[in-house]
Design a protein around this ligand. Structure first.
Ligand code: CTP
Length: 403
């Protein structure tokens, strides 16, 4: 069967079977999103007795259908099947497993499964007698023979007084198994990534500064995604009030000069530099040691800051990958394409910040442009998702032979 899949490579169908563990998949959905997956939930009609479509819609931010008879013109089963890069079904009941094993298509989820060639992970949850029943054992065997990955349920307490094998595994275990299928665990292993985040500040006097509205969330999202994928990450963070990330070396800085110094120290050792930080374009020529009285604040003489990214790009080795971020309010792509060439970058993410829409938000919307003229549109995605899409591009370029 041919598989089309999405351009992002991160589209997941999360199928929900009619078991009480359906509520645990709310957490699974959240975790998948945190890892940068774009998730569409397809519950079986029976599962809606446990968790309703409203909950799935609210959590996924996407419409939720469970029957082929809903929204017929959209031909949902084929569209979803074509879009899916992965299908994860959990909890899978004995009945759902039986229906899939028989190739039946009597609700939207089983239709999608039948129509999709995407890798499929099934996470069963049921009472031990049902799991051990020869029918279920045979159905699971059939699915495994056909290439489905079927996790074994865990041993423990179930609903009622039952104890035995049948429990839905912990979310972390499911994610671990899923990541193995996706093969992301360590695709950046061995690479050293230098990332900047936040916004530099230039003191006017001890209490005032010239700065910008960058929160640092995007840089932190890239650092988290990179360390999760096995990279060694150093994060130069300018004025960010965000929690530390386990495994990431964070170097706090305040001014552009501080950031320049820390970058210079580390640049030659890194495989990729991702400049998410908003660098203050200018600084006061003579910052005052004493607080300036307000009647002396009429004008502040400024001088431009050096362009950190452009000056590093001028000294970069052939194998290093450089990524910039551009915040534009008009003529986005045109300005961005010129900026990419002017600064000698490999990739540039350009987002529309008109109205201050992106600053401080967890969401972003923009386009990644590449040196060879490629464009990857990122429409209304979380900063975590953008981080992973961007890292895919960085990884691709890092793995190219240097000619
Ligand atoms: N950048 C930098 N040093 C500067 C200004 C920007 O390293 N002095 C980096 C930013 O970190 C970002 C990229 O360059 O990754 C683009 O930033 P942007 O502010 O859009 O670039 P500017 O050169 O300041 O362009 P503009 O003229 O549009 O302000």
């Amino acid at each position: 069967m041919s598989r089309s899949g999405s351009s992002s490579g991160r589209e997941v169908i999360l199928g929900i079977g009619g078991g009480i563990a359906a509520y645990k998949s709310c957490d699974l959905l959240r975790r998948l999103q945190e890892y940068g997956f774009l998730v569409t939930v397809v519950p079986t009609p029976a599962s809606l007795n446990f968790v309703g479509a409203t909950t799935w819609e609210a959590l996924s931010g996407r419409p939720v259908l469970s029957e082929v008879w809903q929204d017929v013109p959209s031909v949902a089963h084929i569209n979803l099947a074509n879009r899916a890069d992965y299908i994860l079904i959990g909890p899978a009941t004995a009945d759902l497993i039986a229906r899939i094993a028989q190739g039946r298509a009597d609700d939207l989820l089983t239709n999608v499964v039948l129509a999709s060639g995407a890798p499929k992970l099934i996470v069963p949850a049921m009472h031990p007698q049902m799991w051990l029943n020869p029918s279920t054992v045979a159905n699971v065997e059939t699915l495994r023979e056909r290439g489905f990955i079927v996790m074994a349920p865990e041993v423990g307490r179930l609903t009622g007084s039952d104890v035995g094998q049948g429990r839905f595994p912990e979310t972390a275990k499911i994610i671990e198994q899923f990541q193995e299928i996706v093969g992301w665990n360590s695709d950046l292993l061995g690479y050293r990534l230098l990332i900047t985040a936040g916004g530099t500040r230039e003191p006017i006097d001890p209490v005032r500064f010239i700065g910008n509205r960058s929160s640092g969330k995007q840089g932190y999202a890239v650092a988290l995604a990179a360390v999760t994928r096995g990279a060694r990450v150093q994060l130069i963070a300018a004025n960010c009030e965000l929690p530390d990330i386990e495994g990431v070396e964070i170097i706090p800085v305040e001014t552009t000069a501080d950031m320049a110094r820390e970058l210079d120290e580390r640049f030659f050792e890194c495989d990729a530099l991702i400049m998410c930080a908003a660098v203050a374009d200018a600084r006061p020529v003579r910052p005052s040691i004493e607080k300036i009285k307000k009647n002396e604040l009429e004008s502040i003489e400024l001088e431009p800051n050096p362009d950190l990214l452009a000056s590093l790009a001028a000294k970069k080795s052939l194998s290093q990958v450089l990524v910039g971020f551009a915040a534009e309010t008009q003529d986005h792509l045109e300005n961005a394409a010129q900026k990419l060439l002017r600064k000698n970058l490999d990739l540039l993410y350009v987002n529309d910040v008109s109205g201050g829409a992106i600053f401080g938000s967890d969401m972003t919307r923009g386009t990644i442009i590449t040196r060879d003229g490629g464009e990857i549109v990122v429409s209304e995605a979380s900063k975590d998702t953008l981080a992973n899409v961007l890292l895919d591009q960085v990884n691709f370029r890092l793995s190219l032979p240097n000619v």
